[in-house]
Design a binder for this molecule. Sequence first.
Ligand code: NAP
Length: 738
Amino acid sequence: MNAAVNEVLIIGLGLIGGSLGKALRRSGFCRKVVGYDRNAMELAAGVSLGVIDEAALALPDAVASADIVVLAVPVKAMERVLTDIAPFLRADTLLTDVGSTKSNLVEAAGRILGELPPTFVPGHPIAGSEKSGVAAADAELFRRHKVILTPLPNSSPEAVRQVARMWLVTGAEVLQMEVRRHDEVLAATSHLPHLLAFSLVDTLAQEEDSTEIFRYAAGGFRDFTRIAASDPVMWRDIGLANKQAVLKQIDRFTAGVARLRAAIEQGDGETMTGIFTRAQSARQHFSRILTSTAYSQAMTTRNVTFHVQPGGTVNGTIRVPGDKSISHRSIMLGSLADGITEVSGFLEGEDSLATLQAFRDMGVVIEGPYQGEVKIYGVGLHGLQAAPGPLYVGNSGTSMRLLTGLLAAQPFDSELTGDASLTKRPMERVAKPLRQMGAQIETAEGGRPPLKIKGGQSLTGIHYDMPMASAQVKSCLMLAGLYAEGQTSVTEPAPTRDHSERMLRGFGYPVEQDGNKVTVESGHRLQSCQIDVPSDISSATFFMVAAAICPGSDITLQHVGINPTRIGVINILRLMGADLELLDEREVGGEPVADIRVRYAPLKGIQVPEDQVPLAIDEFPALFVAAACAEGETVVTGAEELRVKESDRIQAMVDGLQTLGVDIQGTPDGAIIRGAGKLGGGVIESHDDHRIAMAFTVAALRADGEIKVNECANVATSFPGFVELAQQVGIKVTKEEG
Ligand code: NAP
């Protein structure tokens, strides 16, 4: 069947049939495009406008000689046309259509044809306009639009392939769906909006002063009602043909409007804010999907490359974005608190936005973020609601691991999913202890996401000896512990970040700390508060290392969080001989903060103390660069965790630094790095890992050739505005987006 197609017959030569004819003629997909229409004028216009090669005068002959027959008449006319052509269809003629509804056609075909032939493949191009008729035909109508094929159980794969090929040559993207699913999805995304537009304009037009209303109607009215100019007959037919699915959507919509009406009537601004902020973020999310920039799209769909010219010095006073860990937790605890929590300095990166969206999906009203400010209307520990679908957390391991603990204790079922990179990361480390508490969690193969969490389980507190030093695992169990019977305690083999403990206390929730053991107990409440998120020491690290390796540099980083569980980088850089000062040390909302000044001083290689490793775990890509610029050997051990981060960070740094000519050797739990006076240039693979990308950007300060870093799109996950700040202080980096 892959042989060249001889004749395609299009029955119904209007906007869609005509556009398909034009596109097929142009592509050379078939030898001849024949058109048929009951309207002789349309048919004649089809020939004179070059839409078809030939007009069929008698339908039986045209059907008998066609290789592919496309029904492009209004949905209500499909049954009639199918009855007329059925006797003339050859056994090997492919039959397809373009109708906006599918169940009605398939039912009609069953009545008319008896057993559905393997050559029958229904289809629907999701492209169109308010115009109709052959004069509006446009060969480009389907380019970059979707065409949904709804193959039937007995459609032959060969027939499906051939119909798909016909659409692909028009420039369309071809998808497949079941018939019923198609009608449900289209009822929601196309049919309901069209019917609402018709209804709104009709309602307003009936008002006495409608002329006045329309005269002053501005952009909102115009945008919302553009589609009310569509063909009334076509939409009547669609309404009739897809009755059940359309009624279901109208009922859902009516209930939504009723909720909004009640909120307005009762002066309930919070409910209104909830509806509007959820809708706004869903709409923005949708726009990002359309432009392929959403975190729901694999990040790798955006191709960002950093080009960094060698040399320069770094100078100035800057404030890097808010701490990611604290931003995540502010949303989580703010949502679970009683009352309104106001957050400033919130990191508007994709990871913390994923957490924010997850809580919105669970019914929490959240305003913002606007310039780092977020207002959370807490629902209390027992106020979360089931999300309408799986909770998608993009690339964020923190969101997924912490949410697993929280969701394990909720009365409803949940599913957690993430992007391709997150889907490779281990989740059994949280699932296992949670199961010991009584949770029911299913992971995909190898203990990886998606996670399916069964609600309604009563959890019991446990004492857990963490086999690895992980703040995410600890925090996850503490969140589950807020709901578990009795006490939940976690002992850590080495100190990990204690942001959860600090913030829980900040929200008035008692947390006991006894050496390396932390304990929570259910039965208390969280009380809303104000949170001023300190700058992220992990983001500040790139600039600390930049100044530390680059002669002539002097930089001050303002308002940086210096939580004792995070200051490994300060301790390690000082051990290496860095000139690093903490200025104006103070405490902000339970978290210690300081301005950090770093001036260049020659660094020396060290054996990195293992007790500092967990306190600097995210900082190693940058610290490897510092080591590569130090005099002598630096040895890192006890850092096997680095192998299961966003990338295998040990391997990525070894490969990258070797490219720059550095003598470095990877070990199972670290690396041995022999410092070099100068680094070379080269092309670095960041493996979509933001920290690898930023570390090599900084390395260029000591390089003697350009460093090109591939796959940098994920830098936006942790450090929005990195390139601009780097340029501001003197790093010669430019971003290329493809
Ligand atoms: P259109 O411009 O009105 O064209 C339909 C053509 O079919 C008209 O020329 C019509 O002639 C002719 N026709 C009607 N009954 C016929 C019959 N029994 N035998 C032969 N020809 C007949 O409509 P369209 O917008 O192209 O829509 C065609 C199909 O595409 C519909 O099933 C629609 O659901 C689907 N579709 C439309 C869009 C869109 O946005 N327009 C998008 C996707 C899919 P008369 O003028 O004499 O009635």
